[in-house]
Design a protein around this ligand. Structure first.
Ligand code: NAD
Ligand code: DAU
Length: 366
């Protein structure tokens, strides 16, 4: 079995769902359920004996140590993080706590567990750390895409905290021999994406008749990857990656933000036209730029293709169409996220459960 931290968030929940659908190996999901953690993402696993959800913090060493001892996973995949750049600008502290202190404490618990494994299990064990292209900083228009060897130049409190976590993971391999794998991925999009991030925010605001806020001139470039392609890349790195190595993951799909917003608007015009017949693009509104806004990210994903044979399955055109269709088909999920009702639902889930996850973790998601 494997452990997935942050598995109630956007990418983590997509990963858990795909993992169980593809290979069926049991998963323990550990998530502290911050505002970004939503058990409704995992509701389809209700009653699935292969899945166990534990509400817990990666910085809670005693809890993590006890879960490791109880379940004896062959791998720990760390998705847990504070992930939103704008939030990191307004309040960096949570990012330092989870992304740096949390990763450090998780590494310590894992190191201790791994050190006590028998030789064959020790050799087969993996710690996979999910990171971001933002650690490499910002590119000028004509600079080549980020390679794994690009120097670290993080520019936001978020990317600085992720960079620190990457360095800790690297150090645990170099110093202690912990078999780690690090992935640095570009911008994801797809189902269960919290509507504080660009693409889901544009979809839900457009449908609600609200302004579509574009920061600055809207010409910042991001490199977009459909979330299920990110999940397949992580599965492949876990399966065949070399311990100590870093793998960049991306969709070879650079686009200015304004193009993204216009694409979303055009798909909504086609799939759910505005009642007044006007285009959704009429709702675009230019707003103050993000402080320190990185101008361009671009991932060179040739190493993972060359060494592990991974390539994205979706083009941006197919992925964004699926994404818009998913949001249109899940108005309840959107409504619960926007109203905060998913938090009420989570509280109800835990109403009668004593919090002793080591001995009583078995609260499957429902
Ligand atoms: P998210 O914010 O949607 O989810 C993060 C999850 O982690 C939430 O469920 C939250 O409750 C949980 N969490 C937060 N702090 C925790 C803690 N201390 N202990 C346990 N759980 C905790 O984020 P996401 O977009 O799914 O990103 C997942 C990972 O992928 C992050 O490490 C992020 O840096 C990385 N990443 C994201 C993107 C992207 O485009 N979203 C791209 C590349 C890399
Ligand atoms: O590159 C990978 C990173 O992508 C991940 O590590 C982060 O966790 C993830 O949040 C994402 O960071 P970004 O800052 O690139 O994503 P976001 O969706 O916040 O913004 C995408 C671009 O759109 C960025 O240039 C800012 C801009 N933007 C964003 C919002 C929310 C707007 O113009 N308007 C908005 O309202």
């Amino acid at each position: 079995m494997i452990f997935v931290t942050g598995g109630a968030g956007f990418i983590g929940s997509n990963f858990v769902l795909d993992w169980l659908a593809q290979c069926g190996e049991p998963v323990v999901t550990i998530d502290s359920l911050t505002y970004a953690g939503n058990l409704e993402n995992l509701a389809s696993l209700s009653g699935d004996a292969r899945h166990l959800f534990v509400k817990g913090d990666i910085a809670d060493t005693a809890l993590i140590a006890s879960l490791l001892a109880t379940h004896q996973p062959r791998a720990v995949l760390n998705f847990a993080a504070e992930s939103h750049v704008d939030r990191s600008i307004h309040g960096p502290e949570d990012f330092i706590q989870t992304n740096i202190v949390g990763t450090f404490r998780l590494l310590e618990a894992v190191r201790s567990y791994w050190g006590g494994l028998p030789a064959d299990a020790k050799a087969a064990f993996r710690f996979l750390h999910v990171s971001t292209d933002e650690v490499y900083g910002s590119l000028a228009k004509d600079e080549p895409a980020f390679l794994e060897t690009h120097r670290y130049e993080p520019n936001s409190p978020y990317s600085a905290s992720k960079a620190a976590s990457d360095h800790l993971v690297r150090a645990y391999h170099h110093t202690y021999g912990l078999p780690v794998l690090t992935t640095n991925c570009s911008n994801n999009y797809g189902p269960y994406h919290f509507p504080e991030k660009l693409i889901p925010l544009m979809i839900v605001n457009a449908l609600a008749g609200k302004p579509l806020p574009v920061y600055g001139d809207g010409l910042q470039i991001r490199d977009w990857l459909y979330v299920k392609d990110h999940c397949s890349a992580i599965r492949r790195v876990l399966e065949a990656g070399t311990p100590g190595e870093v793998y960049n993951i991306g969709g070879w799909n650079e686009k200015p933000n304004l193009d993204i917003v216009h694409t979303v608007c055009a798909l909504l015009d086609e799939m759910r036209p505005r009642p007044d017949g006007n285009p959704y693009a009429a709702q675009i509104s230019y707003v103050k730029d993000r402080p320190g806004h990185d101008r361009r990210y671009a991932i060179d994903a040739s190493k993972i293709e060359r060494e592990l044979g991974w390539k994205p399955a979706e083009t941006f055109e197919t992925g964004i169409r699926k994404t818009v269709a998913w949001y249109l088909a899940h108005p309840d999920w959107v409504a619960h996220v926007q109203s905060g009702a998913y938090k009420v639902w989570t509280a109800r889930q835990y109403e009668h459960i004593p919090h002793d996850p080591a001995t009583q973790p078995a609260r499957a998601t429902a």
